[in-house]
Design a protein around this ligand. Structure first.
Ligand SMILES: *Cc1c(COP(=O)(O)O)cnc(C)c1O
Length: 439
C-alpha cells in the first residue's frame, strides 16, 4: 500500500499522518455506513413500489409523450422525498437552472422573494437580479429581500418577521453553505425555520436549495415542511453517473408550475423526451446513498487532517454533517491554488492538467476549480473549488468511492507540502498532538 501511495506521489510523512487521522474516525465512519444503509433501503423501496422495470430504462425521442421511464423516475424521486410530485429531466441543465425554474415559475410580477438565511449561492445573484442581469427576476418586477443569519449562524427571527409583508410569496432557504463560511443548516433547523415562516404567513411557498445535502441525513427538507426541494444531478442524487439534469420535488402545484415554465404553457410534464439518459439517472439515484457516504467520509477526513495542522475548517473536525462540503481556510492564494492542483493530480481523468483561476460565468470573483471527472464539472466526484478572495478558503467535496476521496485528500496535502505551505515538522507536530488524544 505504502509503495502504491509513494508511486502516486504521496510521501511517507503524509501517508503516516493519514493513517493516524483515520484510526480515530472508525466510529464516525460506522455511523455513516448505517446512514447509507438507511437511505439505500429508502431508495430501493421507492424503486420496488413503483415497479421500475427494464422497459423504464429505454427512453424516448421527439416529443416524448408517454415516456414510461421518465414518468416512473419522477414517481420514484417523489416517494424518496415524500412529495406529491417531482420534475426531473435531462432538459434541466444544472442546479442553477432548476432553481431559476422553480423561482420563475412560482413567482409573478409584484411578488417578493425572501432569503432568510443570508446571501444565496453566487449563481443565483444573477437569477434574482442582486447583480443586474438580463432575464432576472428583477426585470420581471419581482423584488427581493434578504435577512442575514446572526453572528453565530442562527436565524434572526425578529428581522425575518419584519421582512415578511403582503408581497412576500416565496422563501428560498439554502441548506448548504455553498461558497460561504457559515454553518450548513440541519434538517431540524430547516424544519424550525419553515414552521416559523408558515406561522407568520401560512401561504408562503418555502423552497429549499438542497444542493449537496441529499442523503446526508435520514430526512430531507420536504420531510419538515418544504414545499419544494431543488437540486442538481451532477451532485449527490446523480450518484456520480447521471450525465446531466436537475430536479424539483414538491407539491403538485409547485411542480406543475415549474413544468409549464420548462416546456410551455399547456404542455408541461407531458413532453420532454428522456433520450438515452434514463439508465444513468436510475442507477445514479440507486447509488447515491453510498456515493454520498463516501463523500461524507472524505469531508470528515479533510476536516481532521487540516484542523490538526492548525487551519480553520468548517465544519470543524468533530461536528455533525449536513452536506458534503468541507471548507478549509488556507489563508493565501498560493496555498489555495496548490491544494486545487493537488486534487486535480489525484483524478482519474485529466490528472496531468494543471488548473488555474479564471473568470467563470455566473461567479463574482475569479474561481479555481479542480475536477478530473467522468462527468464534466461534476462535484459529487472528487473536486475542489475556491473563489480567489479572502479568507482564501477552499471548498472540497465529493469522491464517488471512499478510497479515492482518501487518496485525493492526501495528494492535496502533499501538494501543500511540496509548495512549502506545510512543513514536515508541522506534520510531525500534528501527529504528536493526535497521539496525545485517545483513539
Ligand atoms: C452547486 C450549487 C448550486 C448550483 O448548481 P449548479 O449545478 O452548479 O448550477 C446552487 N446552490 C448551491 C448551494 C450549490 O452548491
Amino acid at each position: 500500500m505504502r509503495d502504491l501511495y509513494a508511486r502516486l506521489g504521496v510521501g511517507e510523512e503524509v501517508y503516516e499522518y493519514g493513517e493516524e487521522v483515520e484510526e480515530r474516525l472508525v466510529q464516525r465512519f460506522a455511523a455513516i455506513d448505517r446512514l447509507a444503509e438507511y437511505n439505500q433501503l429508502k431508495v430501493l423501496a421507492a424503486f420496488q413500489k413503483n415497479k421500475v422495470s427494464e422497459a423504464c430504462l429505454l427512453g424516448t425521442t421527439g416529443y416524448g409523450y408517454n415516456d414510461l421511464g421518465r414518468d416512473t423516475l419522477e414517481k420514484v424521486y417523489a416517494d424518496v422525498f415524500h412529495t406529491q410530485d417531482c420534475l426531473i429531466r435531462p432538459q434541466i441543465t444544472c442546479g442553477t437552472h432548476a432553481l431559476a425554474l422553480a423561482l420563475m415559475s412560482n413567482l409573478r410580477p409584484g411578488d417578493e422573494l425572501l432569503s432568510p438565511v443570508g446571501k444565496p449561492y453566487d449563481t443565483l445573484e444573477e437569477v434574482i437580479g442582486i447583480r443586474p442581469s438580463k432575464g432576472s427576476l428583477a426585470e420581471y418586477g419581482i423584488t427581493y429581500r434578504q435577512v442575514d443569519l446572526t453572528a453565530d449562524g442562527g436565524f434572526d427571527y425578529g428581522k425575518i418577521k419584519e421582512a415578511i409583508g403582503p408581497k412576500t410569496r416565496l422563501v428560498t432557504i439554502q441548506r448548504s453553505k455553498g461558497y460561504q463560511t457559515r454553518p450548513t443548516l440541519s434538517i431540524d433547523q430547516i424544519g424550525e425555520l419553515i414552521a416559523f415562516l408558515k406561522g407568520c404567513k401560512p401561504d408562503l411557498i418555502c423552497m429549499v436549495d438542497n444542493s449537496y445535502g441529499e442523503f446526508t441525513e435520514e430526512r430531507e427538507p420536504s420531510d419538515v415542511g418544504a414545499d419544494m426541494v431543488v437540486g442538481s444531478l451532477i451532485k449527490n442524487p446523480g450518484g456520480g453517473i447521471a450525465p446531466i439534469g436537475g430536479y424539483i420535488a414538491g407539491t403538485r402545484e409547485c411542480v406543475e408550475n415549474a413544468s409549464y415554465r420548462l416546456t410551455a404553457p399547456g404542455l408541461g410534464k407531458e413532453v420532454g423526451a428522456s433520450l438515452h439518459a434514463l439508465p444513468q439517472l436510475y442507477q445514479g439515484f440507486f447509488l447515491a446513498p453510498t456515493v454520498t457516504a463516501s463523500a461524507l467520509k472524505g469531508a470528515i477526513f479533510a476536516a481532521n487532517l487540516y484542523e490538526n495542522l492548525g487551519f480553520p475548517v468548517i465544519p470543524d473536525a468533530g461536528q455533525e454533517r449536513h452536506d458534503i462540503i468541507q471548507a478549509v481556510t488556507l489563508g493565501t492564494p498560493e496555498a489555495v491554488i496548490a491544494f486545487c492542483q493537488g486534487i486535480q493530480a489525484a483524478s482519474p481523468v485529466d490528472s496531468h492538467v494543471v488548473p488555474q483561476p479564471w473568470d467563470m460565468p455566473g461567479y463574482e470573483s475569479e474561481v479555481i476549480m479542480a475536477a478530473g471527472a467522468f462527468v464534466s464539472g461534476s462535484s459529487i466526484e472528487l473536486s475542489a473549488d475556491a473563489p480567489i478572495r479572502p479568507p482564501y478558503a477552499v471548498f472540497f467535496q465529493g469522491g464517488i468511492t471512499w478510497p479515492h476521496a482518501r487518496f485525493g485528500n492526501l495528494k492535496a496535502l502533499q501538494a501543500l507540502v511540496d509548495a512549502g505551505v506545510v512543513s514536515a515538522r508541522e506534520i510531525e507536530k500534528a501527529k504528536e498532538k493526535l497521539r496525545k488524544t485517545s483513539k
